[in-house]
Write a protein that binds this ligand. Structure first.
Ligand code: NAG
Ligand code: NAG
Ligand code: NAG
Ligand code: NAG
Ligand code: NAG
Ligand code: NAG
Ligand code: NAG
Ligand code: NAG
Length: 357
């Protein structure tokens, strides 16, 4: 058994009961614990852009009849050009945490990312049929720093947005980001101004710190910076908001750029000064319960010489972690499955059953 109390990120690209059991394995390299599965890929391969190694899913599904190619136009930044479609009966939901919903059978570039705490040495991931046959192209599992779950130990955090403000590259991920978080370049149409600098900073420590490349650009405004996300689900959910600051104006001193941080008109931090702690970098994690929309506003504090700025931010939505089968029970049942298989070698239903009741 390996160390299990670690935080994991699972990312599904293009994605209703069909389960895949992924075993969490330890190794010793920069990509320790990384698991990348490419559906219907002819063989295992290395992604040239990220240098990440992908495993084909033929180990689980040897059948090629469900394989389809993604049209070039919708394939942005993804190395696998195949998807696997599952022609299965409508399923029932039990003992699962829902992460997202795909509403159309049109193949599109669509990603779902969730963060959870691993309490066992494997994770079950399921796609459930509702209106359309489920399909999936890539499945990625990554270890993450513990700070992500802070107060949300018993939740699964679904990524809503991860933004690199004024970034010059569409996407920044591994190997620049050792955690392989995907930072999307974002600009806003508001009157905010870009800030950038190629300063290299020696004090960028901390496990959740975004890569320097992400922190080299920022947005600023003389009075207030506003970021609105009004396409959230209309129901009450708890959200975790990560804000990352790296002062790019090297001549500024502590006390010259001070601001208040609001989430949905609620003041969450007053008089925030990045330089106060003696470092040019700081980050803050804030909590808010929201229904439908989230308004992140940074307002210049009275007496401050300069307006607020922000380099990057992440929004994660908390969903309850629904406990599935007990591991001891599962091990017993998997053993039973193996014995049943020995006696019924041609039983397809048994072969495709992971053993999770
Ligand atoms: C991919 O596999 C190759 C060969 O085993 C290895 O040299 C390389 O480091 C791996 N890439 C990553 C990102 O781990
Ligand atoms: C954030 O939310 C969690 C879970 O609802 C709660 O336990 C915690 O007290 C909250 N923290 C803050 C700073 O609001
Ligand atoms: C960025 O780097 C280039 C080349 O190293 C240098 O000429 C330029 O002055 C730098 N800009 C800033 C804002 O530091
Ligand atoms: C969330 O907002 C929607 C639309 O404004 C409303 O119909 C719904 O009752 C709200 N839900 C909760 C839990 O407040
Ligand atoms: C940087 O700060 C100095 C004051 O210390 C100010 O004069 C200058 O305009 C600032 N530069 C930017 C790009 O904000
Ligand atoms: C966002 O929040 C700020 C600060 O509370 C407020 O001034 C602004 O009107 C809000 N914007 C929207 C669109 O709700
Ligand atoms: C970040 O800000 C907090 C206060 O919000 C402060 O306690 C902490 O020391 C700062 N960290 C650094 C590295 O300056
Ligand atoms: C799992 O089940 C076994 C036996 O049924 C029990 O001894 C164990 O405490 C259970 N573990 C958890 C985490 O519930």
């Amino acid at each position: 058994m390996m160390e299990l109390q670690v935080i994991w990120l699972i990312r599904l690209v293009v994605a209703c009961v069909l389960c895949l059991c992924i075993f969490i394995r330890s190794a010793s390299s920069a990509t320790e614990g990384f698991k990348s599965i490419a559906c219907c890929a002819d063989s295992d391969y290395t992604d040239l852009l990220t240098t990440l190694n992908y495993t084909t899913d033929y180990h689980w599904y040897s059948d090629k009849r469900g394989c389809r190619q993604i049209p070039d136009i919708v394939l942005s930044h993804r190395s696998n050009e195949n998807v696997r479609m599952f022609d299965i009966d409508e399923g029932k939901r039990f003992g699962v945490t829902e992460l997202g919903e795909v509403r159309s059978s049109r193949l599109q570039d669509f990603e779902i990312e969730g963060v959870f705490k691993a309490t066992k040495d494997y994770i079950d991931f399921c796609v459930l049929k509702e209106d359309v046959n489920p399909f999936i192209s890539q499945l990625e599992l990554r270890p993450l720093p513990e700070e992500y779950l802070h107060d949300f130990d018993t939740s699964v955090l679904k990524l809503i947005s991860r933004n690199n403000l004024c970034g010059t590259k569409d996407e920044i991920r591994f190997p620049v980001d050792q955690n392989d978080r995907i930072w999307k370049a974002t600009s806003t149409s508001s009157s905010a101004l870009p800030l950038s600098s190629n300063v290299s900073s020696v004090d960028l420590k901390g496990s959740v710190t975004p890569p320097l490349e992400v922190l080299q650009t920022a947005l600023t405004h003389p009075e207030q910076l506003v970021f609105i996300h009004d396409d959230l689900e209309t129901d009450d959910y708890e959200y975790s908001v990560f804000l990352y600051f790296h002062e790019l104006n090297s001549t500024l001193k502590a006390g010259e750029r001070v601001f208040d941080i609001y989430l949905n008109n609620e003041i969450k931090k007053a008089g925030f000064d990045v330089l106060e702690g003696g470092s040019k970098y700081n980050y803050t994690v804030l909590n808010i319960s929201a229904n439908g929309s989230l308004n992140i506003t940074l307002v210049k504090a009275s007496g401050s010489k300069f307006g607020p700025f922000l380099n990057a931010y992440e929004i994660l939505q908390a969903r309850p972690w629904i406990d599935e089968s007990n591991q001891t029970d599962l091990v017993v049942i998997q053993k039973m499955r193996e014995e049943l298989l020995l006696q019924n070698q041609d039983n397809e239903a048994l072969k495709s059953w992971s053993g999770d009741p």
